[in-house]
Design a protein around this ligand. Structure first.
Ligand code: PHE
Length: 344
């Protein structure tokens, strides 16, 4: 009998020595000996019956000693495995803080979005509120209410995509003037953005879809001076402190007088270069004093109130500011181009 106890003891020692690498394996090994039903030590106790009565007490004592000894060994083994596993985890999770960091590639906003955000910031800074525009308008809002009735020759200025005789893709953001003045009484100070507009027009500087930002101010005694003052702030913020504006007479049915606004060439400072075609000035937007007929179409008393309006092309602004020579580059999603323009 004592031989069996000794051999179990040796088996335990060998087992521990041999291949225990984890707590799970240690637990399995422990079960082989100490499981109350199937363990080898438990089995010994069941054999008590077959032992001569005078030897039973001594045997029981020896088995119990073996059991306690085994429990102690397996407890130590478990502790050892616990420490080993922790060590393994520390090693696998080790971070070398002296390693050079991996570069993080971040995206940037599309140039049109950047310009739009910059313009919104400039104009909200001057107290403008932002309204949204519609991509589909009806004939009344896009033309008639803007003093451009059906047979008006100015309709030819914009090659319109008609969806039906009544509905069309907005050719300009100016319809937002009408929507705003119908909803709100003066004082009004709004910009309409983002402003997707559509015209059947396609070359290096024109795209059938492009973006405008419309501005409208209606209050008592609004004049061209207010317009020039606001646009001067705008060009300085976008093209640099040196930039100034000049107004040239023009024509839009919904403004009277109408002006074409030029910015002093920010590339040559006005001396004359390729960008400004030697003139020192670059045309950037259309604007004017809101035509009285338009105010009246919206039920605003044109004797007491006057307004100014302007429409800025975002693609044109981006092309000038970032030196882009073909409008298509703004729509091709070529990352080599887009990644170069990060102004935010
Ligand atoms: N809607 C005009 C255009 O698309 C621009 C404009 C807006 C002109 C507001 C005057 C006032 O060309």
């Amino acid at each position: 009998m004592n031989d069996r106890l000794a051999s179990i003891r040796q088996e335990i020692l060998d087992g521990i020595e041999a291949h225990v690498e984890s707590r799970a394996a240690a637990f399995e090994l422990r079960k082989q000996f100490l499981d109350s039903k199937t363990g080898k030590i438990g089995q010994l106790l069941k054999e008590m019956k077959s032992i001569a009565p005078e030897e039973r007490a001594g045997f029981g004592k020896s088995v119990n000693e073996l059991k306690e000894w085994a429990q102690q060994r397996f407890m130590e083994l478990d502790e050892k495995m616990k420490a080993k596993e922790l060590q393994r985890r520390y090693e696998s999770e080790k971070i070398d803080v002296t390693m050079p960091a991996e570069g993080v590639i971040t995206g940037n906003l599309h140039p049109i979005t950047q310009i739009r955000n910059q313009l919104i910031e400039v104009f909200t800074g001057m107290g403008f509120e932002v309204v949204e525009t519609r991509e589909i308008e009806n004939d009344y809002y896009n033309f008639t209410a803007l003093n451009t009735p059906k047979d008006h020759p100015a309709r030819d200025m914009q090659d319109t995509f008609y969806l039906s005789p009544e509905f069309l893709l907005a050719t300009q953001t100016s319809a937002a003037q009408i929507h705003t003045m119908e909803k709100k009484k003066p004082p009004i100070k709004m910009i309409a953005a983002p402003g997707k507009v559509f015209r059947s027009d396609d070359d290096a500087t024109h795209s059938p879809m492009f973006h405008q930002l419309e501005g409208l101010v209606v209050d008592k005694k609004i004049t061209l001076c207010d317009l020039k003052g606001m646009l001067d702030v705008f060009v300085k913020k976008i093209y640099g402190e040196e930039a100034t504006t000049r107004l040239r007479p023009s024509y839009f049915p919904f403004t009277e007088p109408s002006v074409e606004v030029d910015v002093s060439c920010f590339a040559c400072g006005g001396k004359g270069c390729k960008l400004c075609k030697g003139t020192g000035w670059i045309e950037i937007l259309g604007a004017g004093i809101v035509n009285k007929k338009v105010l009246e179409n919206c039920g605003i008393d044109s004797e007491n109130y006057s307004g100014l309006a302007f429409g800025i092309g975002l693609e044109r602004t981006a092309m000038l500011k970032y030196g882009i020579n073909n409008i298509k580059l703004l729509f091709e999603s070529d990352l080599r181009v887009l990644q170069q323009i990060n102004d935010n």
